[in-house]
Ligand binder design. Structure first.
Ligand SMILES: Cc1cc2nc3c(=O)[nH]c(=O)nc-3n(C[C@H](O)[C@H](O)[C@H](O)COP(=O)(O)OP(=O)(O)OC[C@H]3O[C@@H](n4cnc5c(N)ncnc54)[C@H](O)[C@@H]3O)c2cc1C
Ligand code: SF4
Length: 325
């Protein structure tokens, strides 16, 4: 791992200006649990590394009187898990954070880093100059594609690896990005881009942009939320398929809410039609649930080795509904 310098800027503006330098490849290191691995394995090359650890005002969890919740980008995943307010009111976020990696990685890994982490595709992480690394072939398409996407794929077939992203999107979260000297806020759902739009990057971030904050709007008092993650191994692992749900029920009928999948698409998967059909669904009606789940996955377009994910998507919806009532 070679780079010229490791810098600690004292302001966001200085950090952003340093990262924006067009003549150098400069990277932001938050917890480093993903970035340092990418550098060590020579998957990316850096001229300089920048660490934000002296910017203390990016590390907080603030519950506002209005009921909204603000989380600084440098907040660790463990801090999310240990926050009593989040545990009581945002089960989906608590559950998602609790199932990330190992306790040690959760102590170091940050919320911003989790949302911006790079894909886990074994070709991308290996010695293959695939499309996403500037080459001209997606090796997964005709290769080992067991862990790849079944929704919204092509020409690259990665899945978004973040557990926090589906949970936060199901809560209608917004992300703030510091860019060109000012902060802008966008729905987290719009933060991710598909390979069909640009297969060289996963988010809208440009050189010099820094994620500063996540804002979760006030939620209904009777919110019921949950996160279910299916992994290949019992110990720490990335999701094969995961489902975040934030719902409001009237009796057993869904009156409001959203379902967001992880592990199935290059960005957290939110089906506009599926989420429209969710409203009015009667969770006592098994037949209606079965057809809802069936319809939700009908756009799946599996590769040669990952058709199992469509079955998992359907079953995870049914499981989540049975657990949430
Ligand atoms: C063994 C292992 C298992 C894992 N398992 C899981 C898992 O099950 N689920 C899961 O969700 N994740 C998992 N992860 C990923 C882990 O959660 C992330 O590595 C961690 O959250 C990233 O946080 P970090 O602060 O260390 O990020 P870094 O490694 O510091 O950064 C990651 C990327 O994000 C960029 N970045 C970081 N912060 C910002 C910011 N504020 N603004 C703009 N860009 C930024 C960096 O430049 C870098 O490209 C695993 C990682 C490892 C190594
Ligand atoms: S899925 Fe994407 S990252 Fe993986 S080999 Fe294909 S182009 Fe590369």
């Amino acid at each position: 791992m070679k780079f010229k310098s490791y810098v600690y800027p004292l302001s966001l503006s200085a950090a952003s200006a340093f990262l924006a330098n067009k003549n150098e490849l400069n990277f932001l290191n938050a917890g480093g649990t993903d970035l340092l691995g990418l550098l060590k394995e020579d998957i990316i090359k850096a001229d300089n590394i920048l660490n934000l650890k002296y910017l203390k005002d990016l590390k907080y969890i603030n519950q506002e009187p209005s009921g909204e919740l603000n989380i600084g980008a440098l907040t660790s995943i463990s801090e999310i898990i240990n926050n009593v307010f989040i545990k009581k009111n945002y089960n989906v976020l608590h559950q998602a954070a609790s199932q990330i990696a190992s306790p040690q990685l959760r102590n170091i890994g940050t919320v911003g880093g989790n949302l911006c982490q790079r894909p886990r595709c074994n070709y991308f992480r290996g010695d293959f100059n695939c499309l996403r690394k500037g080459g001209d072939t997606c090796f997964a398409f005709d290769g080992f594609n067991k862990y790849h996407c079944i929704m919204n794929g092509g020409p690259c077939f990665i899945v978004n690896p973040s557990d926090l992203a589906p949970a936060l999107i199901s809560l209608g979260a917004f992300v703030s990005v510091f860019s060109n000297g000012r902060e802008k806020e966008i729905p987290l759902q719009d933060f991710y881009i598909l390979p069909s739009a640009n297969y060289l990057k996963e988010t809208i971030l440009e050189k010099g942009d820094i994620v500063t904050k996540i804002r979760i709007p006030a939620q209904p008092r009777d919110l019921k939320s949950n996160y279910i993650k299916i992994k290949e191994r019992e110990t720490w692992d990335f999701a094969l398929v995961s489902l975040a749900a934030s719902l409001v029920l009237d009796g057993k009928k869904i009156t409001k809410g959203s379902l967001v999948f992880g592990g199935v698409a290059p960005a957290p998967y939110f089906s506009v039609k599926g989420n429209k059909d969710l409203i009015g669904l009667d969770l006592k009606n098994n037949k209606a649930i079965e057809s809802f789940a069936e319809a939700f996955v009908k756009d799946a377009n599996p590769l040669s080795m990952n058709g199992y994910k469509a079955i998992m998507m359907k079953n995870i919806i049914i499981k989540l509904f049975s657990e949430i009532i």
